[in-house]
Design a protein around this ligand. Structure first.
Ligand SMILES: *Cc1c(COP(=O)(O)O)cnc(C)c1O
Ligand code: SF4
Length: 347
């Protein structure tokens, strides 16, 4: 776990950018915040809801309508619903599944920075997300207990300043695009001010779950940056990639933002050749290159999503046997104490 993080990040300067109330923020306010609301929206009867409802294990439900619209009504096995609905299986405890599988704490030189790999550093830009994914490896993260004050932001940035070997800043979280434009733009401006930074990478699930977030202002700001901008979106299933998401990706593309995707391999959601093939093909169609396929982390409460390494490798081997090489994502796992993510060959 990263011990220090942020709930609402204090912007460095709010003065330069004033923005009108944005539609995506209204949409975020109107997101479903209880399993009951979510299941009602999907047309489940009271009796069906009773059978499906489970304790959320302290990780609240949060799902924007744009994501729910892509679910099949009244289908308890819908691959998008399974990603966000608390299940009774979350109560299963296993000794190998814990709250800090990545031991990130030891790579946390200053609050808000994870510097684990050479040449790039991860900045925890936001402490919240627009969706709460049940498989999330940061689901136990005490975001709400820790607010990163302005002085701590400066501490993160000065750590980066003092490490000229860092060429790329990765904005992560939480979800960096859960910040407002003024907050995000001030942060980008501060990063641009550090001479040795060449690339800005944004890891975000918002282009997928709340595509309205990809405003013209955001795209123009990224295009105007002296930094090369990469956005790593996070889609797990082709059903997530409807026309609104395609439009958001197209807009980013038109503003010179390079687009990659990372997925998590999740039992019942996408752990088969057909799902992953469709996902890669659809991603490519909308201008996004498959990048990583993550093995699920051993996070407490997520045993029901687990796919074994052997089966994961076999699924990727099946992909490789029938698809263009550039459509096959790299199968990886994040492990403590390595020089990079661990790469697994298809077999
Ligand atoms: C995944 C990750 C990165 C980025 O790794 P790439 O292989 O460059 O995508 C950087 N820092 C941390 C802590 C990470 O977990
Ligand atoms: S968007 Fe990412 S960080 Fe946020 S809950 Fe989902 S998986 Fe976790």
């Amino acid at each position: 776990m990263i011990p220090q993080s942020t709930a609402q990040v204090e912007p460095l300067s709010l003065i330069k950018y004033t923005s009108l109330p944005e539609d995506w923020r209204t949409q975020l306010r109107e997101a479903y915040r209880t399993p009951q609301a979510l299941l009602t929206a999907l047309g489940f009867s009271n009796a069906q809801q009773k059978a499906l409802l489970a304790d959320d294990q302290g990780f609240t439900t949060l799902v924007p309508k744009a994501f729910v619209q892509k679910m099949q009504p009244q289908d308890p096995k819908d691959p998008l619903l399974l990603q966000v609905l608390p299940q009774s299986l979350e109560a299963i405890h296993h000794p190998e599944f814990n709250n800090d599988p990545l031991q990130e704490a030891q790579f946390n030189p200053v609050p808000g920075v994870v510097h684990k790999y050479k040449g790039r550093a991860l900045l925890i830009a936001a402490g919240h997300c627009a969706i709460n994914c049940r498989y999330c490896f940061r689901r136990h993260y005490p975001y709400n207990e820790q607010k990163l004050a302005r002085t701590q932001w400066q501490q993160s940035l000065s750590y980066i300043e003092q490490h000229p070997d860092i060429e790329e800043i990765i904005l992560s979280g939480g979800d960096p695009l859960a910040l407002t434009d003024p907050q995000l733009f001030s942060l980008i401006e501060a990063i641009e001010g550090i001479a040795h930074i060449k690339r800005l990478r944004i890891h975000s699930r918002l282009p997928i779950v709340l595509p309205q977030r990809i405003t013209l202002e955001l795209c123009q700001r990224l295009e105007r940056s002296r930094l090369t901008c990469v956005m790593v979106v996070h889609a797990n299933h082709a059903n997530e990639l409807a026309a609104d998401v395609a439009q958001a990706c197209d807009r980013l593309h038109q503003h010179k933002v390079k687009l990659l995707n990372q997925s998590v391999l999740l039992a019942q959601v996408n752990d088969n050749l057909t799902s992953l093939k469709h996902l890669s093909e659809r991603l490519f169609e909308i201008g996004v290159m498959p990048y990583y396929l993550h093995l699920p982390d051993h996070v407490a409460g997520t045993t029901h999503f687990f796919v074994s390494l052997a089966r994961s490798q076999s699924i990727v081997a099946q992909m490789q046997a029938c698809m263009s090489g550039y459509l096959v994502p790299k199968l990886v796992r994040e492990e403590p104490g390595k020089l990079s993510k661990t790469l697994y060959s298809p077999r």
